[in-house]
Ligand binder design. Structure first.
Ligand SMILES: CC(C)(COP(=O)(O)OP(=O)(O)OC[C@H]1O[C@@H](n2cnc3c(N)ncnc32)[C@H](O)[C@@H]1OP(=O)(O)O)[C@@H](O)C(=O)NCCC(=O)NCCS
Length: 166
């Protein structure tokens, strides 16, 4: 793990030139994203808004989201380079998304990930990441993934955590 200070991470919208770097980053997270899911990500990167985190030089994090309706957005994919896990970049990406949504008056944020009903250690930390940042479980969908595994659906009302000026 690197010890780069958090203030050196830069958060910005993804541009077409960054797409391949995001795909390579996702490919490196093989514990989390099976290889056969990467074409889905590739298609989403062409159509859905994406925020990236960089060192100023290299892409080390990404967050793909979509606007579901006038109140709701969904995080579709999110990942941080394993060398940089636990240094705050995932939090920065999430905060950046919440700022964008708040400006649009969107306050419901949903996402889903591998369920706690599936015993697979790497995803315990992923669920902890979301729980510690205000997401709550609103249900488990059995046999959701191609592999027959369950997903957990997570929800956050971002209007409850953002400070508002009158
Ligand atoms: C989930 C993920 C995006 C978090 O990014 P991150 O930059 O490591 O997160 P931060 O440093 O901002 O926050 C660390 C928190 O994440 C959790 N976490 C997840 N994986 C971690 C790891 N390998 N090391 C340390 N903390 C980890 C910890 O619970 C920690 O929570 P806490 O601060 O409340 O104690 C990142 O771990 C990741 O890319 N995981 C693999 C891909 C994935 O599963 N994406 C989500 C499902 S689509």
């Amino acid at each position: 793990m690197t010890s780069q200070p958090i203030e050196q991470f830069q958060i910005q919208p993804m541009e077409a030139k960054d797409r391949q770097d995001v795909l390579l980053l996702a490919e490196s997270l093989e514990k989390f994203f099976p290889k056969n899911s990467l074409p889905v990500l590739e298609a989403l990167l062409k159509t859905q808004p994406t925020i990236i985190g960089t060192t100023g030089k290299n892409v080390i994090g990404f967050l793909v989201y979509t606007l579901r309706d006038r109140e709701t957005a969904e995080i579709l994919w999110m990942g941080v380079d394993e060398d940089y896990h636990g240094l705050g970049l995932g939090t920065l990406l999430l905060q950046s998304l919440e700022t964008i949504l708040d400006e649009k008056g969107i306050y419901k944020l949903v996402t889903s990930t591998l369920s706690y009903t599936v015993p697979y250690e790497p995803y315990e930390k992923v669920r902890a990441f979301y729980y510690h940042r205000g997401f709550q479980s609103i249900g488990v969908e059995q046999n959701y993934y191609d592999t027959g595994l369950d997903r957990i659906i997570l929800f956050k009302d971002i209007s409850k955590t953002r400070s508002r000026t009158l």
